[in-house]
Design a protein. Structure first.
Lengths: 210, 403
């Protein structure tokens, strides 16, 4: 299936040049809170992608019938319904991860990325582009989470997805896990590093120096 | 001297525009200005020049640190031979301490300066002098048993994230040496606190073999009082690592377990005298830190509930990093308040907070590092309001005169 240029921009733009976390700086709160391990980061990434994609489709289908004055409430109802479904599914099939994510699953409702996409995109576009936009933004948010979670778990616990990765020999030689990696400040520094690298590569994102 | 100058002049063309080693110009420039006073002069405007450029300033701070470093080294040896129950000569103790501390200094300088030189080279700037002091401070504020790789990681972290991303020397918001320590403190708490890390019990380069004697306990005095069972200060005695009671003079000369540089208030006092006499460190900041500490201690003494709340003020000043922080950390010209009134407020709050953290937070027996870092963040705000108040006062005077 060949994608047209526009579809490509909708789907792939949020991964890099229009990334919700590192360019628009949205959804930082959950990005700091759930990324101390790789597994909850992955689950959170999938959950947000699913919710944003389907909320986008539903709002896009309803966009011509929603009265303008109450559109935020309608958006919230749709998002809350989807989040409840995701939350119940997680409780049923991934109880431990659900406990680690704690309130942050429920808080997807108030995630700025979600509301932003509904307002900015789904209300003005058809269902198929809206779906792609939701997938794109969810993945754009997700890869940051996974990248941060990867380094935090690797350096903070020496494990990946719960499996020991750093060999015991290294610990015997005096290596220790970095406790700061498990704290939120290090997550924001890792996000900052990703922003640093990304801005370094994309000249058009750099602010002008005066 | 002349031969050195000639040699430098001879190799200089290699580093200048068009030379094959031009990419190393920053490095060359750093060494040339380190060895000789630069003869460049400003080309426009009126300037007053003084021999006290930042290289000389930094060197004076390093000199001021030397007494504390030497006594700290001796103390490392002293505590070690106490712990293994051997009686050796003065020089042996000092030499043991010297060997134990030297790798820390080397690692801190190699990593920090390496990053600084590389950064300067990439940005095509002169190498800044800031790390000269930071490099010697780092080994002095960490426990002697900190693994070298941790110092390397923490130094790299601090130089990059606390200094270079803000624009290099002179632009950092937080004290770089303290960021190094804070990174270690939160990353590797088991190596930075507790009662196992303050005395080096292992042998160093084959020196000082022996096993630890019975009844050994490596807790620092502040650690002891933070965890004591004693209900009041009168029931409590500070004890050394072999259980011997510690006198005030032990604490004053620095023969107690602790970080390398912080143990000896008399050596720190010497350093403070040099800093004040040369005008490098601000006596206002130093004094106000002690005043702030004094105020806080007197206050908690009145409402004392337990041993540490009853601890008299001179113990607070003699123990832990209080004196070291006040003299060498709070006075850092880059991160402290710059207005004269601001220095009083800034120092006072550091003293106040340090004692507060010590007394009320059982998790942190020492609060100096956190107090200074916290106030670093507020220094620009203090300056802003001091200047603002000044502007308002003068504006009032002008309007009064016009009327």
């Amino acid at each position: 299936m060949a994608l047209s240029t526009k579809t490509k921009a909708v789907l792939l733009g949020p991964l890099n040049k229009n990334n919700p976390v590192i360019v628009q700086v949205l959804g930082i709160c959950s990005a700091l809170a759930v990324t101390s391990k790789l597994e909850p980061s992955l689950v959170m990434a999938i959950a947000v992608t699913v919710v944003v994609a389907f909320a986008n489709v539903i709002i896009s289908l309803l966009r011509k019938t929603i009265p303008n004055r109450i559109r935020i409430i309608v958006q919230l109802v749709v998002a809350a319904a989807l989040v409840t479904i995701v939350s119940e599914v997680l409780k049923a099939f991934a109880y431990d991860v659900n406990k680690q994510l704690s309130v942050f699953v429920g808080l997807i409702v108030t995630n700025c990325i979600l509301m932003g996409r509904l307002e900015a995109f789904a209300l003005g576009n058809g269902p198929w582009p809206s779906f792609l936009d939701g997938i794109g933004n969810g993945l754009g948010y997700g890869w940051i989470l996974v990248a941060v979670g990867f380094f935090r778990e690797l350096l903070g616990s020496g494990t990946l997805l719960g499996h020991q990765v750093i060999p015991q020999a290294l610990y015997d030689a005096g290596y220790e896990n970095n406790g700061l990696m498990m704290l939120a400040p290090m997550a924001i520094l890792l996000v900052a590093c990703i922003i640093w690298i990304q801005r370094g590569k994309n000249k058009e994102l750099q602010e002008e120096t005066n | 001297m002349k031969a050195l100058r000639k040699y430098l002049d001879k190799i200089k063309p290699n580093f200048e525009e068009g030379g094959k080693l031009h990419w190393l110009y920053s490095t060359y420039d750093a060494f040339e200005t380190f060895l000789f006073v630069p003869n460049t002069t400003s080309k426009s405007g009126v300037h007053i020049h003084d021999a006290r450029d930042s290289k000389r300033t930094m060197i004076i701070v390093v000199l001021a640190l030397v007494p504390a470093l030497l006594i700290g080294m001796y103390n490392v040896g002293l505590q070690h031979y106490l712990a293994i129950g051997q009686d050796v000569a003065f020089l042996t103790k000092f030499f043991y301490g010297f060997l134990a501390v030297l790798p820390h200094i080397v690692v801190s300088y190699v990593v920090g300066l390496g990053i600084e030189f590389a950064m300067a080279q990439v940005k095509k700037e002169e190498v800044a002098e800031g790390f000269l002091v930071t490099g010697i401070l780092i080994p002095m504020i960490v426990p002697v048993d900190t693994p070298l790789w941790m110092i390397a990681v923490a130094t790299a972290f601090a130089v990059i994230f606390a200094k270079e991303v803000f624009g290099g020397t002179g632009y950092n918001i937080f004290n770089v040496a303290l960021i190094t320590r804070a990174f270690l403190f939160f990353s590797y708490p088991s190596k930075m606190s507790g009662d196992q890390v303050w005395v080096r019990t292992a042998s160093t380069f084959g020196m000082g073999n022996g096993s630890v004697i019975d009844g050994y306990s490596g807790a620092t005095p502040l650690g002891q009082i933070a965890t004591t069972e004693a209900g009041s200060f009168a029931d409590f005695t500070f004890h050394g690592i072999t259980g011997q009671p510690l006198s005030i003079s032990d604490m004053f000369f620095g023969f107690i377990p602790g970080s390398i540089g912080e143990v000896s208030p008399i050596a720190i006092l010497l350093g403070a005298a040099l800093l004040i006499a040369t005008g490098v460190g601000s006596w206002k900041t130093m004094l106000s830190v002690f005043l702030g500490g004094l105020a806080a201690v007197l206050l908690v003494n009145v409402f004392a509930q337990n041993a540490i709340m009853e601890m008299p003020v001179h113990y607070h000043f003699l123990l832990g990093g209080f004196a070291f922080g006040a003299v060498f950390m709070a006075t850092d010209p880059v991160t402290s308040a710059r207005t004269e009134k601001g220095k009083w407020i800034y120092g006072f709050l550091i003293g106040l907070l340090a004692v507060t953290i010590r007394v009320f937070n059982p998790g942190y027996p020492e609060g100096m590092m956190l107090a200074i870092l916290f106030m670093n963040a507020f220094a620009p705000l203090i300056d802003f309001y001091v200047i603002d108040a000044n502007i308002k006062r003068r504006a009032k005077r002008v309007t009064a005169m016009v009327k």
